[in-house]
Design a binder for this molecule. Structure first.
Ligand code: NAD
Length: 483
């Protein structure tokens, strides 16, 4: 693997302008490698490679493969990921600061995405439709063509798996722009894809900065669909560029997801799930359970348990046995610190704070987990995505208030409902404005099979599950008059 080159058409390619970007290790803040600094020329080269792989009429080396053949290649790629599991997990952990247990789980999930979409390739089909006498009408699902994938740094392998896996299964050729902080595992996966037999140009990776390589991808006329995961501001920029040339977009823009705990819930079951849903990946999870809404009568007992749990947590280097690792970069650490300093100055009550491992050096991007209590629903902490291990708790009086609070942010990605009242479970599940509801559990980021995506500022379109395949295809209707 050559980290300072792009991977285009199954080959390591020098950046056209020759620049590089330093890669910092979150555990210690030191530069440990460099990436190619991609520009519009590199994106163009990758798009040409993808187009050639598809062929003019889906008759190229990749476009001409049958669904079964695509599925077999994805199966081989899944197996290759498992065969290189530890290497990929180590790359991801060093690059992003993830503790090894998370990096290993992400690697397993990547293999599972490829496995899932391998099996789905030849189950994706159109329909026949009733129409006028003397006609046969059918629909066919065709790939968009060249799909662009702008990947964030929080779950590079998982988000690559869910978007590139589904796009390939549907027959598209992919141009991927990973986040500047998290490219290494994906470059290696692209190399593995070539080794197992993916034709040149099916998967192309161009590294670089968002406002250079990312915006060049968003604006390229040869990109037929864009899948973006990241911040709402950048999502709007990508969608605007795509809209100028009427290119469809899927946006996954994060959330401020509530966990709603009613008095009849099993608090023993609630505590570990609520803690994990906010510390997983150091809180840098779009679907993190970052707001805790608790029915007043169990507010104090639940907080007492959470205080004990938070005080026992530790942030530390990935190699330590800590439950969470450093944040991904200095900018993210500074961003989280500014929000926390403001909350402290304003007197928001800190109920508990975890510890920092003695091996966590000062130049690393460490942030201990924090539990705030009695946070006003209007406060920034309760409305904005902090993207750090920061949980805010607030009480509610009744179901109506719980629903109002839960739906009361600009986001709508995931919600958790904790109650044993079956009618209430379904009432809330239907009235919550979001893309996924978990009842008596919470799956931050989990569920390869489960369609995932948001409403409101959390974005639109769905990834994961079979639903994602529909988004990566264009439906054509063919009406045959035969008399
Ligand atoms: P970002 O949205 O700017 O970056 C995400 C991806 O978009 C990266 O690959 C980046 O290179 C690319 N990008 C940046 N500018 C671009 C542009 N003009 N055109 C095209 N692509 C561009 O996110 P960030 O600045 O790394 O993080 C800021 C905040 O975003 C975080 O603090 C967090 O709140 C949120 N975030 C959310 C998710 C998520 O999963 N929903 C992931 C990462 C970050």
């Amino acid at each position: 693997m050559n980290t300072a080159k792009h991977y285009i058409a199954n080959a390591w390619v020098e950046p056209a302008q020759g620049g590089t970007i330093p890669v910092y290790e979150p555990a210690n803040g030191a530069v440990y490698t460099h990436l190619a600094r991609g520009t519009a020329e590199d994106i163009d080269r990758a798009v040409q490679a993808a187009r050639a792989a598809l062929g003019d009429y889906f008759d190229g080396p990749w476009g001409g493969l049958s669904a079964m053949e695509r599925g077999r290649l994805l199966t081989k790629l899944s197996d290759a990921v498992l065969a290189n599991h530890e290497e990929l997990a180590q790359l991801e952990s060093r690059d992003t600061g993830k503790v090894m247990s998370t990096a290993r789980a992400d690697t397993t999930a990547l293999a599972r995405y490829f496995e899932y979409y391998a099996g789905a390739c030849d189950k994706l089909h159109g329909e026949t439709l009733p129409y006028q006498a003397g006609y046969t009408v059918l629909t066919v699902r065709e790939p968009h063509g060249v799909t662009g994938h702008i990947i964030p740094w929080n779950y590079p392998m998982q988000i690559f798996g869910r978007s590139v896996g589904a796009a390939l299964a549907a027959g598209n050729a992919c141009v991927v722009k990973p986040a500047e902080d998290a490219c290494l595992s994906l470059l290696r996966v692209a190399e593995l894809a070539a080794e197992v037999g993916f034709p040149a140009g099916a998967i192309n990776i161009v590294t670089g900065l968002g406002h250079e390589a990312g915006s060049a991808l968003s604006a390229h006329p040869g990109i037929d669909h864009i899948s973006f995961t990241g911040s709402p501001v950048t999502g709007s920029r990508v969608a605007e560029a795509a809209a100028r040339r009427h290119c469809p977009v899927t946006l996954e823009l994060g959330g401020k997801s509530p966990q709603i705990v009613f008095a009849d819930a099993d608090l023993d079951a609630v505590v570990p799930v609520v803690v994990n849903a906010i510390i997983q990946n150091s809180g840098q999870t779009c679907s993190a359970g970052s707001r805790l809404l608790v029915e007043r009568s169990v507010y104090e007992p639940l907080l007492a348990r959470l205080v004990t749990a938070f005080n026992a947590l530790q942030v530390g280097p990935p190699a330590s046995d800590s439950q969470l690792g450093p944040l991904v970069n200095k900018a993210q650490q500074d961003r989280v610190r500014v929000i926390l300093d403001q909350a402290r100055e304003e007197g928001v009550t800190i109920a508990a704070q975890g510890a920092t491992h003695p091996d966590a050096v000062a130049d690393g991007y460490y942030q201990a987990p924090i539990l705030f209590r009695d946070v006003a629903p209007t406060h920034r902490l309760a409305r904005e995505e902090v993207f750090g291990p920061v949980l805010v708790a607030m009480p509610f009086e009744d179901e109506a208030e719980a629903l109002r609070l839960a739906n009361g942010t600009d986001f709508g990605l995931v919600a958790g409902v904790w109650t044993n009242d079956g009618a209430r479970q379904m009432r809330l599940a239907r009235k919550l404005r979001c893309g996924q509801v978990f009842v008596n559990n919470y799956g931050a980021g989990g569920g390869v099979e489960l369609p995932f995506g948001g409403v409101k500022s959390s974005g639109y379109g769905r990834e994961k599950g079979f639903e994602a395949l529909l988004g990566f295809t264009s439906l054509k209707t063919i009406a045959l008059k035969h008399g």
